[in-house]
Design a protein around this ligand. Structure first.
Ligand code: GRG
Length: 306
């Protein structure tokens, strides 16, 4: 299986699993309350099963594969990370945040439904992630399930993605700090984008029972990948078309976002991306030939066009 086939196969697998998990929510919604009772469930499906690349679930599966964990044994954990990612996109698109009308080539949730449905959809996806993680089917060891919960909570919340988003909005909406530096921008992006990617990689190690060294290597891989991912996202915003990317482009400059591409210029940012790619590959050196797919993922992220 080549890399693009693998990406499609894994994306289909995770999307089917997300449908299964959310299927319950639709079935258990409250028909006695009329058709409106299905509105939230429908928005949840639209937000979570609308064709993302599923990079984070892929990372969970491929990092766990280093420890010979079967992909089917990773699906709950992978779905939980993707639920958090989808929630973050739904909230990020809201008028009070990035005010986007297009996501994955379709109307954003607030645009297709309304703002309160989008807020509640995000809330429900975030909560669902943790509900999934504590299920016995996620991992036979309750200690491991607890570690998964703690890892995802830390990566998503005020020590991770939420703080990154707050710092991002402070720059674009409040003009603070007035002169973002490369260091402050890297910190912001490591939290906003990197923390969840790092958690996905750590998830693989936790599912596989990896030792401290392995977990630390996977965290370093994830952190480098997160940086590469953000730079490639910034380049796509500058150079991509809405058709390629599935969302509006050219927004970072217009919205006054702090980006490495803006601070360094395109050429230096590309060099920074190359360095991040090298660091990601170096972090998984110790896994030898088993890390071949992780290297392919890093390469894909650096060169992606969507
Ligand atoms: C609302 C707490 C909160 C956080 C939002 C996700 C996010 C944080 C902001 C989105 C802004 C952005 C473009 C970040 C760059 C990295 C990123 C998350 C890109 C989108 O991820 P992909 O490319 O999307 O994996 P798909 O659609 O493939 O799932």
């Amino acid at each position: 299986m080549d890399f693009s086939q693998r990406l499609t196969q894994r994306a289909n697998l995770i999307e089917a699993h997300l449908r299964d998990v959310l299927g319950d929510a639709v079935a258990e919604s409250t028909p006695e309350c009329g058709p409106e009772a299905r509105r939230l469930a429908a928005a949840l499906h639209d937000a979570a099963t609308n064709g993302g690349k599923r990079i984070r679930p892929l990372l969970v599966i491929e990092c766990a594969a280093l420890f010979d964990v079967d992909e089917n044994a990773c699906l709950n954990a992978a779905a939980a990370v993707e639920c958090v990612h989808c929630y973050s996109l739904v909230h990020d698109d809201l008028p009070c945040m990035d005010n986007d009308e297009l996501r994955r080539g379709k109307p954003t949730i607030w645009k297709a439904y309304d703002e309160w449905t989008a807020i509640l959809t995000g809330d429900a996806l975030l909560t669902l992630a943790f509900e999934i993680l504590v299920r016995a089917a996620t991992h036979p060891s309750s200690k491991t399930r607890l570690a998964l919960v703690a890892t995802l909570a830390k990566a998503s919340g005020a020590h991770g993605m939420v703080q990154g988003q707050a710092l991002d909005l402070a720059v674009s909406k409040r003009g603070e700090p007035k002169t973002p530096t490369i260091t402050s921008t890297k910190t912001l992006q490591a939290l906003k984008t990197g923390a969840l990617i790092e958690a996905a990689c750590q998830f693989g190690g936790l599912l596989g029972g990896g030792d401290q060294q392995a977990l630390s290597n996977l965290r370093n891989y994830g952190a480098a990948l997160g940086l590469a991912f953000q730079i490639s996202d910034d380049l796509l915003d500058l150079e991509g078309t809405p058709e390629d990317v599935g969302k509006a482009t050219g927004k970072d400059t217009a919205d006054g976002k702090a980006t490495l591409v803006g601070l360094l210029g395109k050429d230096e940012a590309r060099l920074e991306l190359d360095r991040a790619l090298k660091n990601a590959n170096a972090a998984v050196d110790g896994f030898g030939a088993k890390a071949v797919v992780l290297r392919e993922i890093a390469d894909f992220i650096a060169k992606r066009r969507h």
